[in-house]
Design a protein around this ligand. Structure first.
Ligand code: 4NP
Length: 171
């Protein structure tokens, strides 16, 4: 597992801002956004985080999360409230941490970075996975329900270990 290089002090006045990024912003990154928010709420930390998601592509801008993603999450007690938007270079100025769902999306995000400081904000979801596999959260879009369940399980354990890293920095 990888660790975030420098984590600033997290306060209510300056909440830590995290954006999850996949290709379409309708399956994997909405699951990241919803699950991370759920874990933050469960731990009573909702005042310390701002959580969002985006896609590197614009195909689905304005759409809610995929119905299968929403169903699998809802069955497990998690609501997905995203509305798809495209990742923008201006996001580098807003977010502390940019989490790519796979290596291809990470590459496309890095191509938009304006500085080394921007680049250092980008990590993979599976950098936080105790069982990181090949580093990618597999794209479930063209497959069956089992793929959506797998995305949920991978993202859940990765988000839990991400929050474990950040929580000690809350003041
Ligand atoms: P996501 O899944 O990147 O997890 O939201 C996809 C959604 C749409 C497409 C591909 C992947 N698409 O090709 O439209």
């Amino acid at each position: 597992m990888k660790t975030i290089s420098e984590i600033r002090q997290i306060t209510k006045e300056e909440p830590y801002q995290v954006v999850f990024v996949c290709l379409g912003n309708i399956c994997r990154s909405p699951t990241g956004e919803g699950l991370f928010q759920h874990l933050v709420n469960e731990r009573g930390l909702e005042h310390y985080f701002v959580i969002d998601s985006a896609g590197t592509a614009a195909y689905h801008v304005g759409e809610p999360a995929n119905s299968k993603s929403r169903m699998i999450a809802k069955e497990r007690g998690v609501e997905l409230h995203s509305k798809a938007r495209q990742f923008s270079p201006s996001d580098f100025g807003i977010f502390d941490l940019i989490i790519a769902m796979d290596k291809e999306n990470k590459k496309n995000i890095l191509a938009l970075a304006g500085s080394d400081a921007d680049k250092n904000k980008v990590m993979l979801m599976r950098d936080f996975d105790p069982k990181p596999g090949d580093g990618n959260v597999p794209d479930p879009y063209y497959g069956g329900l089992d793929g959506f369940v797998s995305v949920f399980d991978i993202v859940k354990r990765s988000c839990a270990s991400l929050l474990d890293q950040l929580q000690p920095h809350i003041k």
